[in-house]
Design a protein. Structure first.
Length: 474
């Protein structure tokens, strides 16, 4: 490109410069630098700072004046005796007339760009050759001081020294004592240098989650959407006897099942492949199965709860219920033995818990008080039973005595055994006993028939004595 073209780049945009180069390469006349001297820049043009600007692409339409000018510029009007200078100046003049409508307002004051960077959220500092910080954006000076106090302060200090002395750009990452990670990038800009910072806060959420999981006595395993182990606690590793070094590799749930099966720690299955596939489907189903109990070798029982987690993963909770299941089995056996014992009694029996609810009864008790089994199976409170009995027979003192015994800390000896008359006239023998677990058993015996039989026996005996006395000689 000619000297004139180099001079005119300050005012001719790139599009005009490209066309000018094409015009020069295809022109027939040959010009050299000796043809004319280098023109002195005029005050209006030479005082401008050369700014590389990219013109927007303007579609060529019939009504677009700039498009017509550009199309006409491709066909020189002064071919033959014209010059490249005339051609370029005419094109540049037409282009400058259209520039305000294309590019908008003139270039802003430099302070505009400083304010723009300051409000962009970018963290940066601009350093002078004397290592001062004339400009700081987004708290960049504070971040720089933190970097110079970090364990990696020597590295960034050497990098800054090389940047200031020789303009050597650098990019490094520093670890702060508070857990933050700072990425620093230094580049030379003119006679100054700029350092940009990107601060990454520590992942407190994950750290807090892992810390909280270690305090839980249950086994916890969190799976991601790929069915791989993402997070676990120590209790989970101990419960299944899996090494942490292997769990840290984040194996899949299928691989975990395979390893547990090889070590004999899963329920025995005839077809392990089908069983494993069903377990995976249940775990990652849209509505996962909430509770499942695995009966493992060695009389172990594990309760597994599945809950959806974020991003399509699953939260698995494992609880060793072997001891509680054993206690429950023993309790159920004890209850069955107690039920079988009171069923063999010839009297009505009812066991009330410390809370006053009916814990157990036999059929004779229900028959004696004519209470439906549907009411008794719901473990009603003794006050409800008293109301049902009052509706059947009327009010009496029997259930008041039972209530006093159940609610008292110690049984009154006078209330342990007593014969009372029910509202319908039948005589009931009531015996109360406190059980070791705090419950109270009440034994009901209907003495009405026995008393009638005894009365008949006494009457018959009296009649026999009276007859004997009459037959004896005087």
């Amino acid at each position: 490109m000619s000297v004139l073209a180099n001079h005119e780049r300050a005012i001719i945009p790139d599009g005009a410069a490209i066309i000018l180069r094409e015009r020069e390469s295809s022109a027939t006349p040959a010009y050299n630098n000796a043809s004319f001297a280098k023109p002195k820049p005029s005050p209006s043009r030479g005082s401008r700072k050369a700014v590389k600007m990219t013109e927007p692409q303007i579609p060529i339409t019939e009504g677009n004046s700039l498009a017509r000018d550009a199309s006409s510029a491709r066909t020189p009007r002064h071919a033959g005796n014209g010059s490249n200078l005339d051609y370029a100046m005419q094109y540049a003049t037409r282009l400058r007339k259209c520039r305000p409508s294309i590019l908008g307002a003139p270039m802003e004051h430099p302070r505009f760009y400083e304010s723009l960077l300051e409000h962009s959220g970018q963290i940066a500092v601009v350093l002078g050759l004397d290592s001062n910080v004339p400009l700081s954006f987004g708290g960049g000076s504070t971040v720089l001081r933190d970097c110079l106090k970090s364990p990696d302060a020597t590295d960034i200090a050497c990098a800054l020294d090389a940047l200031l002395k020789s303009g050597t750009a650098f990019e490094t990452r520093l670890k702060m004592r508070d857990g933050r990670s700072i990425k620093a990038r230094g580049v030379p800009i003119g006679r100054r240098v700029a350092v940009y910072f990107q601060v990454t806060e520590p992942d407190l959420t994950k750290e807090a989650l892992c810390g909280a999981l270690q305090k839980i006595t249950l086994g916890i395993a969190i799976l991601d959407f790929r069915q791989h182990l993402a997070v676990y606690n120590d209790r989970y590793a101990v419960m299944w006897g899996l090494p942490k070094s292997w769990l840290d590799t984040k194996p899949s749930l299928s691989a975990i099942y395979d390893r547990l099966r090889d070590e004999g720690k899963l329920p025995q299955q005839k077809n392990f492949i089908n069983w494993k596939q069903k377990q995976l489907e249940r775990t990652f189903h849209a509505v996962p199965e909430r509770d499942a109990i695995w009966h493992l070798p060695g009389n172990r029982a594990i309760l597994i709860q599945t809950h959806p987690s974020s991003q399509g993963g699953r939260l698995l909770v494992f609880e060793d219920i072997s001891e509680s299941l054993s206690l429950e089995t023993s309790l159920n056996l004890s209850v069955q033995v107690q039920q079988a014992t009171i069923d063999t009694l010839d009297d009505g029996a009812a066991i009330f818990g410390p809370n006053g609810r009916l814990y157990m009864h036999n059929e004779i008790f229900a028959s004696l008080w004519k209470l439906p089994e549907s009411e008794l199976s719901a473990e009603p409170h003794l006050t409800k039973i008293a109301a049902l009995c009052a509706a059947q027979y009327g009010n009496d003192e029997i259930w008041g005595m039972i209530s006093d015994c159940v609610n008292s800390s110690e049984l009154d000896r006078q209330l342990r055994w007593k014969t009372v008359r029910r509202a319908d006239g039948r005589d009931i023998s009531l015996s109360m006993t406190r059980l070791p677990n705090g419950a109270t058993i009440a034994i009901f015996t209907d003495l009405t028939d026995l008393q009638r039989f005894e009365a008949m026996q006494r009457e018959a005996a009296e009649q026999r004595r009276a007859g004997d006395q009459q037959t004896q000689p005087g």
